[in-house]
Design a protein around this ligand. Structure first.
Ligand code: F1P
Length: 356
């Protein structure tokens, strides 16, 4: 068994550890979220940027604080577009390695030009430069990968931000739901692997589209990145209803359109499923049991766990990981060795804003 498959399958155990570690990190954190007019910025690169996108939506929903997500490079390239000057800002800097050039440059830029901004590093490397630079750290070393491709680190770092946001928002009911996730995944992980294999190893598949709304759109973007890294299959992601506004033109017989179904948008998403079928596409729905009947997809995976949309988010991802893995294997690729890619991206033009 390759590393990637093991890391995908390790998620129930790693989530358990993350829930504990993050609650401890919260106790030790000195970063304050009490300021009036607080604005929270989430930054990252690649997978960690898509994570930031989902995290910003989930954080705002749980806490009521305004949030934005941006690629880390925008902090120093277009700072006025992402750093409001009339608000108290806290930045979550997300990076598995804690060594990616842009994330370090962003934090150094903030320290130099916005010294009042507090930073929290969310990383799987507690010895990294990011962990040293930030005011507080959520250290998730157990969730790092041997693989280049990020699978369990994505879900664990997202889960950690959710724990923080439930604690900041005083949302004990959400925390209670998050604590149920490892068992919920453990019970269904072998079915997820089988489902992922069924979709990913289908010879008739020529392209994939992933659709989700709000935080789930970030998950959909991350699902495309997995597939691109591991298989180079043409794939795209959209907000579910946006797909109708033009992109639906790309649907053809080999197109698989995967819906990240949620309770909140099921009425409307089920119409999009119908549209996809009407233009000759093949619809795949991953949906909670409460709304499963509404999605008349060709094939459906039902998430049989009674959690709200907010808490359920990470539960969709192992299926996406298994789809990408199965497709890589069926195309004869080694999932542990993605094309043109290393674990960490280091820029040649690596400006040190901190001067250290
Ligand atoms: C982010 C990242 C990954 C990508 C590749 C290179 O790294 O861009 O998303 O898959 O491994 O690095 P990090 O900042 O989260 O370590």
């Amino acid at each position: 068994m390759d590393n990637t498959y093991q890391e995908i399958s390790n998620q129930p155990q790693s989530w358990k550890q993350t829930l504990k570690i993050t609650q401890d990190a919260w106790q030790n954190s000195t970063v304050s979220f009490d300021a009036q007019n607080l604005h929270v910025l989430f930054i990252g690169c690649g997978t960690s940027y898509y994570l930031a996108f989902s995290a910003s939506r989930l954080f705002q929903e749980a806490t009521g604080k305004t949030c934005l997500a941006a690629p880390a490079s925008e902090v120093f390239l277009t700072p006025d577009t992402v750093i409001p000057n009339n608000k108290n800002v806290v930045v979550f800097a997300v990076s598995r390695s804690g060594t990616t050039s842009e994330i370090l440059m962003a934090v150094e830029y903030l320290q130099k030009y916005h010294p009042h901004i507090q930073t929290i590093g969310v990383t799987c490397n507690s010895q990294s430069k990011l962990a040293q630079l930030t005011d507080a750290v959520i250290p998730l070393n157990h969730a790092s990968e041997q693989s280049v491709v990020m699978t369990q680190s994505f879900t664990n770092m997202l889960l950690a931000v959710q724990v923080f946001s439930a604690l900041i928002g005083g949302r004990t009911e959400l925390l209670h739901e998050l604590n149920q996730l490892p068992d919920a995944l453990e019970i269904s992980i072998s079915q997820m692997a089988a489902f992922g294999h069924r979709i990913g190893s289908d010879d008739e598949l020529s392209q994939l589209v992933y659709l989700g709304v709000g935080a789930y759109h970030g998950l959909a973007m991350e699902a495309t990145l997995k597939l691109k890294e591991m298989t180079q299959t043409p794939c795209e992601s959209y907000n579910t209803l946006e797909f109708r506004h033009g992109p639906i033109s790309i649907v053809q017989a080999g197109t698989r359109v995967v819906f990240f179904g949620a309770e909140s948008d099921s009425e409307y998403a089920s119409d999009v499923v119908e549209d996809v079928r009407n233009v000759g596409g093949y619809a795949v729905a991953i949906v909670p049991s409460s709304v499963a009947v509404k999605f008349k997809a060709h094939v459906t995976f039902t998430l049989n766990v009674s959690l709200c949309d907010w808490s359920r988010a990470v539960l969709y991802m192992p299926i996406m990981h298994y789809i990408a893995h199965a497709r890589a294997v069926s195309l004869g690729h080694n999932p542990d060795k993605p094309r043109n890619l290393n674990q960490v991206v280091v820029l040649n033009h690596n400006h040190n804003f901190g001067g250290c």
